[in-house]
Design a protein around this ligand. Structure first.
Ligand code: SAH
Length: 301
């Protein structure tokens, strides 16, 4: 199948009118289990790509590239795009849709088995700003974000189209019921913003709920060492898995006794009778730093 771009029609008009034709021609079966909800509106895709890739020096890794509709727009903005997609049955349609870009590497595979820390890409591009982005299925989003934020992330930015509720959870400040382990981790690593809402009607087929575009600009430096971050991770995992308990109750098994934890709280001015969503990010950082020397032996394994 040749590249449709060879026709003498304006590329974007051609693309918007023929995506459904391409899907039909290639007998593409949409797979619910892979969270396949494709975006085809060129104007919407352009504005999302603009928000994902701030300027043309950036290198992007797109997760769940689907038919390559967003990929095209990313290629129009970025220096290079690596597009990762699990469903090889989309191959012929993807070839037709993306064949006119020379700054694209398409990779077939499972994102969760890929190096999402970005270190491999950083090795190839020592100085270019790197963005991890995509319109990703609900069930892989958290896994992707945690993997991307492990250690010292190579990414300068993460930008995802996600279910509205998940996007708000990433951006929600402490004090709200939505604030959870994912919020804590995102906000520790990055400046998080919900850029815009995307109505469910923008997807083919439409999902049950609206989506939003979230951007996370990763900080250059972090207040905790990597070892202390492991402690923060352990603390937040325990605290938020028992949300209705106070920190004193949910964390005391980790510290051996309530007294030990109470002493630590007093020493560092932390009120540990709070529920986990009521602690500020700074308080979590203080707690992790104070706890690290006491817990590091257990967590080193
Ligand atoms: N970015 C495209 C497609 C979004 S739908 C668009 O906006 O139109 C989400 C895509 O993620 C689907 O194509 C699905 O096949 C793919 N996907 C699902 N799980 C994946 C995984 N573990 N690794 C890579 N891609 C995955």
């Amino acid at each position: 199948m040749g590249c449709k771009e060879e026709q003498s029609v304006h590329p974007e008009i051609m693309k918007s009118t023929t995506y459904s034709q391409i899907i039909r021609e290639h007998g593409v079966r949409l797979k619910k289990r892979l969270g396949q909800h494709f975006m085809t509106d060129p104007r919407l895709l352009s504005s999302i790509a603009e928000a994902m890739v701030p300027s043309d020096g950036w290198v992007a890794l797109e997760i769940g590239a689907g038919l390559g509709t967003l990929t095209r727009k990313l290629c129009g903005r970025a220096r290079w795009v690596y597009a990762l997609e699990i469903d090889m049955e989309l191959g012929p349609a993807v070839s037709e849709i993306t064949c006119d870009f020379a700054n694209l590497t398409w990779i077939w595979g499972d994102a969760l088995k890929f190096d999402l820390s970005g270190q491999t890409l950083r090795g190839t591009y020592p100085t270019a700003p790197l963005v991890l982005c995509g319109n990703v299925p609900y069930y892989v989003t958290s896994g992707i974000v945690y993997s991307a934020f492990v250690g010292r992330p190579a990414w300068n930015r993460l930008a995802f189209v996600v279910q509205d509720e998940l996007g708000r959870r990433m951006a929600e400040p402490p004090g709200s019921r939505q604030f959870g382990r994912l919020s804590l981790w995102c906000q520790y690593r990055a400046r998080v913003a919900v850029e815009r809402k995307i109505p469910k009607g923008a997807f083919l087929p439409p999902p049950k709920v609206d989506s939003c575009l979230v951007t996370m600009d990763v900080y250059d430096e972090f207040p905790l060492s990597i070892q202390e971050e492991k402690v923060l991770d352990e603390i937040s995992r325990r605290a938020f898995s028992q949300r209705r308990k106070t920190l004193l109750n949910s964390l005391s098994p980790l510290f051996g006794s309530k007294d030990e934890l109470l002493g630590l709280g007093e020493q560092y001015g932390l009120d540990l009778s709070k529920r986990p969503e009521d602690m500020t990010l700074d308080e979590y950082v203080t707690l992790a730093r104070a706890a690290a020397p006491r817990l590091s032996l257990d967590l080193q394994a």
